[in-house]
Design a binder for this molecule. Structure first.
Ligand SMILES: Cc1cc2nc3c(=O)[nH]c(=O)nc-3n(C[C@H](O)[C@H](O)[C@H](O)COP(=O)(O)OP(=O)(O)OC[C@H]3O[C@@H](n4cnc5c(N)ncnc54)[C@H](O)[C@@H]3O)c2cc1C
Ligand SMILES: *[C@@H]1O[C@H](CO)[C@@H](O)[C@H](O)[C@H]1NC(C)=O
Ligand SMILES: *[C@@H]1O[C@H](CO)[C@@H](O)[C@H](O)[C@H]1NC(C)=O
Ligand SMILES: *[C@@H]1O[C@H](CO)[C@@H](O)[C@H](O)[C@H]1NC(C)=O
Length: 501
């Protein structure tokens, strides 16, 4: 699968049996939801005879960390969301939103036991307005079905490559993928949102004219504790019928991988904006690759890449033409290019730890590439999987927008390198320790910034790395909309600047 990180995840995690513990305050929470006539379903942790709670827990993607919420509630409308927030807040439960459950730290089940999870599974409508070139999307939808519906209507939206990722989490936190050099981050294409605030207020138009400050925060930090977003209005883009997918492979040795990085460092920023690429190498499989999508036919792309091929010397060069949807899902291990596949993406939970490093001009040095390669070798020996991939920002639309225009700050950089490590069910600690040591060393070769959607609990100075110069403004806006931190977890934006974690 061309997508981001699936490839290396061959260890499948299982869910531990439910433990029967009652969270303090649980009874009052139940009463509250009953009294205010919460209409959706509620699955409490202490309802032992009920497997619904286990199923809810099983919808979380990353089972490296598992926690037990007091309950999963499934509201059916904004009023319901409001009731859940008020009941949670009044009985002192941290409240958290879950869209697709793909948080790398499983924050959508809280940062400790006994959080109240507001699961947005019922918010899944998608309506497309061709004339306006907008789509209104329920935040509980997933990317696969969104892409499928848009493609059918002749449109596209720039976001991630994995079909099961939730629209809510990825768009509000940025959203990078194989259309970004043309159209920018997902959050750059968010034009309006419906959000329920900490005090239960329903805001139907959190947009640039009505709620300028909140809207600014939602575009890049909207999944960091400002409220529960139930619907997103997106700018969508017309797309040519024929898109070309490229897959270049390189010899799996340090010299040819170095040459690959050197060439991208030199000419990547000059690639046509219609071309978005990711590149890297992985074990298992021992492949080094450059993959991408081009918004046009193969013969055009071949011309654009002539010089790149001469300089970077790939071992094999493959192209295929198709529509945008099939280009994105080329090589997926299951039939994603069908409506059924898009509606019900197979979610195979895994155990994974993610890190991200933005690289500045002039790109990663040879020493930096060596450090990456050595780490991969070390991780291999420990029996863990590794998939290093970078996504090219340079020369793309993302970098045309000023850093403080929205809460998404990472602009003017060359690429984002992700280093996910997939872990076996037991004995993964050695790999995790190695990853932390590697991160300290590798940071010397990169900028100080990291991508907030690749959330990492161990990251030092995370507020600065994720939000940089925008953090003070974000804290102010948090203070205004959620002063008592109803929405709180390890890496939510604090309402005062003294609580750096
Ligand atoms: C397999 C995989 C592939 C990925 N591929 C990409 C990629 O190609 N590009 C990319 O940019 N990122 C990618 N990511 C990272 C992804 O963007 C984040 O994990 C994202 O936050 C997941 O969104 P979610 O709705 O599925 O997650 P959730 O776990 O439901 O939510 C993540 C966080 O956002 C908050 N949140 C969720 N929904 C809402 C809402 N409606 N209102 C307010 N807060 C909310 C949650 O409380 C939680 O803290 C990938 C992740 C995985 C696991
Ligand atoms: C969370 O609950 C589980 C199951 O009861 C328990 O094993 C675990 O220790 C709890 N975690 C914390 C941090 O209390
Ligand atoms: C914001 O919402 C209001 C109310 O619906 C609307 O009148 C206005 O045009 C919207 N502004 C933008 C920039 O979309
Ligand atoms: C995250 O928060 C939980 C409880 O809120 C706390 O127990 C834990 O130590 C925190 N972890 C980190 C890394 O800060």
């Amino acid at each position: 699968m061309i997508s981001y990180i699936y490839i290396a995840f061959f260890f499948i995690a299982t869910i531990y049996a439910l433990q029967d513990e009652v969270c303090p305050g649980e009874e009052s929470l139940r009463d509250c939801l009953k009294k205010c006539k919460f209409e959706g379903t509620t699955h409490f942790r202490s309802d032992l005879e009920d497997t619904a709670y286990d199923n809810d827990l099983g919808r979380e993607y990353n089972l490296r960390v598992i926690r037990y919420p007091v309950a999963f509630v499934h509201p059916i409308n904004n009023n319901d969301v409001s009731k859940a927030i008020i009941c949670g807040a009044n009985h002192n439960f941290p409240v958290i939103a879950r869209s697709g459950g793909h948080s790398f730290e499983s924050y959508s089940i809280g940062d400790k036991n006994c959080t109240l999870v507001v699961d947005l599974i019922n918010f899944n409508k998608i309506s497309i307005n061709k004339a306006d070139k907008t789509a209104v999307v329920g935040s509980g939808s997933r990317l696969g079905i969104l892409y499928y519906e848009l493609n059918k209507a002749g449109f596209a939206f720039p976001s991630g490559n994995c079909p099961s990722v939730g629209v809510g989490g990825i768009i509000l936190g940025g959203g990078e993928g194989l259309l970004m050099r043309k159209f920018g981050m997902s959050s750059d294409n968010l034009v309006d949102a419906e959000i329920v605030l900490a005090d239960g207020t329903i805001v139907e138009n959190a947009n640039a004219t009505r709620y300028e400050d909140l809207f600014w925060a939602l575009r890049g930090a909207g999944n960091a504790g400002y409220g529960i977003v139930t619907s997103l209005t997106l700018q969508i883009h017309e797309i040519p019928k024929t898109v070309t997918f490229m897959d270049f492979t390189y010899n799996f040795n340090l010299d040819s991988i170095k040459l690959m990085y050197q060439t991208i460092n030199k000419i990547g920023r000059r690639f046509d904006k219609d071309l978005s690429i990711i590149f890297g190498f992985s074990h298992p499989g021992n492949v080094a690759f450059v993959r991408g999508t081009y918004l046009g036919p193969q013969n055009e792309l071949e011309k654009i890449l002539k010089n790149f091929i001469e300089k970077s010397k790939p071992k094999e060069v493959k192209y295929s033409e198709g529509d945008w949807f099939s280009a994105i899902y080329k090589n997926t291990p299951y039939p994603m290019n069908t409506e059924e596949g898009a509606k019900h993406p197979r979610i195979v939970p895994i155990s994974v730890k993610m890190k991200s490093f933005y690289v500045d001009n002039p790109g990663l040095s040879d020493k930096g590439v060596e450090t990456l390669f050595d780490f991969m070798e070390a991780i291999k020996k420990e029996g863990c999987g590794f998939y290093i991939v970078a996504i090219l920002y340079a020369g793309g639309e993302v970098n045309e927008i000023p850093r403080s225009k929205t809460a998404f700050v990472h602009r003017g950089l060359m690429y984002n390198i992700l280093t996910p490590v997939s872990l076996p069910l037991t004995g993964g600690e050695k790999c995790l320790n190695r990853l932390e040591n590697f991160a300290k060393e590798f940071r010397k070769y990169t900028s100080s910034e990291s991508y907030q959607n690749l959330i990492d609990k161990e990251l030092d100075n995370w507020q600065e790395r994720y939000y940089v110069e925008n953090i003070d403004e974000l804290v102010k806006i948090k203070l205004k909309y959620d002063p008592h931190e109803v929405f709180r977890w390890n890496q939510s934006i604090p309402s005062s600047s003294s609580t750096e974690g």
